[in-house]
Structure formats: C-alpha cells, structure tokens
Design a binder for this molecule. Structure first.
Ligand code: DI6
Ligand code: FE
Length: 404
C-alpha cells in the first residue's frame, strides 16, 4: 500500500531485523535479508520468529494513565446512574478526593501489587510503553510513593514507564478554601523534591473549574520549567477554560481531553507542536456529549494521540485496543489515525523520538496481532489480545490468565 506518511505504510510479507534492543532493518522480507551477507545469513540470524501472517506494529504506547491507585469508585458510578454529575460528586467531596483517601492509606507494596496486575493485562494487549501519573497522594510522601510504584513496574514487567508528577490534580481536603497555599506547597516543596530524586519524567496539572485555575497552573508550569521538567495538561475536559492555549504557551508535550477546546486553542497547539491526546474512555464513561475537535486538529495539523486515561473515577478502561475502537466510533477517527494515535503520535506526546515507528535505529518494541488490516484491529471489542509482544528486543511471556 503506498502512503506518503513515513512510518504508516503496510508492508505485505515484511520482516524486521533487530540487534539487541534496536531495529536494524525493516521492509519486504527479501530486501531485509539482502542486508545480510547471503552465505552467512543463517549464522548471523540467531533467532527467527515467524509471525504467522499477523499484523506486526510498533509496540503500543499508552501515553495517559492514572493506573496507580487504591480502592474503587463503584458507588459513585451508581450515583451518576441515579443522575448526579461527575462535577457534583466532586464538589460533595467524592471524586478524586475519595481515591486520594484510599491511596494515602495504602502501603507502597499493596499499591504495587494492584498496579502490577493492571499493567500486566495492558502489556498482554501489546503495550510496551506506559505513562503513569501520580495525583492521588497530594502530599510529598504519598505522591512520592505513587511515583516510586510507577517506576518500579518497569523492573517487574516488559514495559518502559514514563512517570508524571500530577501534584496539581485536585485540592486536597486539608487545603479546601486555601488552594493557593496548596499550589505553593506543590511549587516550593513537592516539585523540587521530585526533580531532585528524578522520579518524574514530566509534570501534569488539571485545569478545570473543579480543580486549578489558569493562574495557579501557570505557577506550577513556571516552576517545572525552572527545573527543566517538560509539562502536559488536562485541558478543556469539562468546560472551555483556555487550557489548550495555556498548554501551548508552555510548549507542553501534550494537551489532554480537549472536548471543549475551541479553534484558537487548537491553532495554538499547532503552533507550539503540542500533541492533542484524546481520551474516549472518559468521554464514554462520563456519558459526555461534546466531542473533542478532531476535524480542527486535522485542519491545523495537530497530531492526535489516543490513550486509556485508565483511572477508577472517569475511565476504568484497561484496554488500549478498546480505545482504538472508541476513537473510531465515538470520535470519527479512521483506523489508520487511531493506530497512529497509539504509536507514532503517542511517542511524540511523551517526548520520545526512539519509538512508535518501525524503522532502523528505533527501539525493538513490537506487538503482533491476529488482524489482516488496521480496520480488523480496530473493530472488535475486547476480543483479541496481542499474539506476540517484543520489548527492547526480547519476546515477552504473555500470561493467558492476565490477558483480557
Ligand atoms: N481527569 C480525568 O479524567 C482524571 N483526572 C483528571 O484530571 C479523573 C481522575 C478521577 O476521577 O479519579
Ligand atoms: Fe487523566
């Protein structure tokens, strides 16, 4: 299939040659093999894996999750079914703050075990890079605990973790009525400590009427910039608060959600090179009506990534494959755009130039699916996990009992 976009071409009868954790060559089988001295090809190839005609993609990248948490929000799910809104539940002290209470009470080991189980199921779906946010601790000790748990997952599973400090996620109980004091704590104590310990790769914040104002987020981002930490933003999810423009002003890696972003916001993202991360799981689960501006992103050339937003309150969605389906059905994306959203554009949303594309020099992260075309991958719901997953050049063991 010819396609002008590099890295988005489907090659029939293709092959990938790797050396250690890197790709050496990719293309049609014959041309890949011609990279090798023919007489020595057998000796040079130490291991060959037949993918059985499956669809081999770059390892999938879930660039927005909150998967370290304790407890659940099933009671709030019921309250929403009874007619209460997500914002109203939050104003009554539930929402993010109820997960904060459970997470603070949970030991690092208990959190790790639960997060490990969730991440293992995501890996079985072909995920090889996972972004994980803090934001349910909201004090230095508990934020630190979450970030350490997040980072430790890459020692336990075949996955690379990008950890994100989300101290400005919600105003903690003890700072209700004095949110500026909490923002000062984030800027003066938490951010410097997180940066010194190198436990976060980036900084996120929640810009919303029920969370932090633009002025407060500007303070957090200025501090992050002074510590050389890149930023990203939960922007314009429930209202248009100018979040997209704020993210662009700080050259954020990504602006996430964006349901209520307007054309000025999208134009600003285009100019700053910020990726739009769309989260159809939260849109679906909160029963939202306002779709994010996909067409404006296309018009202005803003790359669109898709992610699970996996969290107990607004998106209890573990499957990035289901997110592909929702991106198509709910947001009108094409299967090709959806797959680009969990590979090449998701890599950009995390600031990575070494993955998300099958090309020489890139990381040897792959997932193989029993699918003929990208449409075959996007259309079933919850049916087929990955058949094979390779991370950093090593084929990973897929545990059937944890696959979904
Ligand atoms: N927006 C979201 O969708 C998640 N965080 C955020 O800022 C929700 C987190 C939660 O409800 O626990
Ligand atoms: Fe989120």
């Amino acid at each position: 299939m010819s396609d002008p976009v590099p890295g988005q071409q489907i090659i029939n009868d293709g092959a990938v040659l790797t050396d250690g954790d890197r790709i050496v060559a990719v293309g049609e089988r014959n041309s890949v093999l011609s990279n090798l001295i023919p007489a020595k090809a057998d000796q040079l190839i130490q291991e060959s894996v037949d993918c059985g005609g499956g669809l081999l993609l770059p390892g999938l990248i879930d660039c927005h999750t909150h998967l370290v948490f304790a407890g659940d929000r099933a009671r709030e799910f019921e309250q929403r079914l009874e007619g209460l809104s997500y914002e109203e539940i939050s104003r009554r002290g539930g929402g993010i703050r109820s997960t904060v209470a459970a997470t603070r009470q949970s030991s690092e080991e208990t959190l790790r075990l639960a997060a490990y189980e969730r991440a293992a199921r995501m890996c079985a779906n072909g995920v090889t890079t996972l972004e994980i946010k803090s934001g349910y601790g909201l004090n230095l000790d508990d934020e630190q605990k979450m970030l350490l748990v997040a980072q430790s997952l890459q020692d336990l599973l075949p996955v690379s973790v990008h950890s994100t400090f989300l101290g400005a996620h919600a105003i903690p109980e003890e700072f209700l009525g004095s949110s500026d004091d909490y923002v000062d704590l984030v800027c003066e104590e938490m951010l410097p400590s997180v940066a010194a310990q190198k436990i976060a790769n980036s900084v996120d914040a929640f810009c919303e009427t029920i969370a932090f104002s633009n002025a407060q987020i500007r303070k957090v981002f200025e501090k992050a910039r002074s510590l050389s930490l890149p930023v990203r933003l939960h922007a314009d999810q429930l209202t248009n608060s100018g979040g997209a423009a704020l993210a662009a002003e700080f050259h954020a890696l990504s602006a996430d959600h964006l349901e209520y972003a307007d054309e000025a916001g999208i134009r600003a993202l285009a100019q700053s090179g910020t990726v739009a991360v769309l989260l159809p799981g939260a849109f679906y689960f909160l029963n939202e009506r306002q779709c994010p501006p996909v067409e404006l992103c296309r018009e202005h050339g803003v790359p669109i990534a898709l992610a699970t937003d996996y969290n107990p309150g607004s998106s209890p969605v573990e499957s990035l494959l289901f997110v592909l389906n929702m991106g198509c059905v709910l947001f009108g994306m094409t299967p090709r755009e959806a797959v680009a959203g969990v590979t090449i554009h998701a890599a950009k949303a995390l600031g990575y130039a070494d993955r998300g594309v099958l090309a020489a020099g890139m990381r040897a992260d792959f997932a193989v699916f029993d699918a003929e075309t990208l449409a075959h991958l996007c259309y079933p719901i919850g049916a087929r996990p990955a058949q094979k997953v390779v991370q950093a050049g090593c084929q990973t063991q897929l545990h059937p009992h944890v696959s979904v």
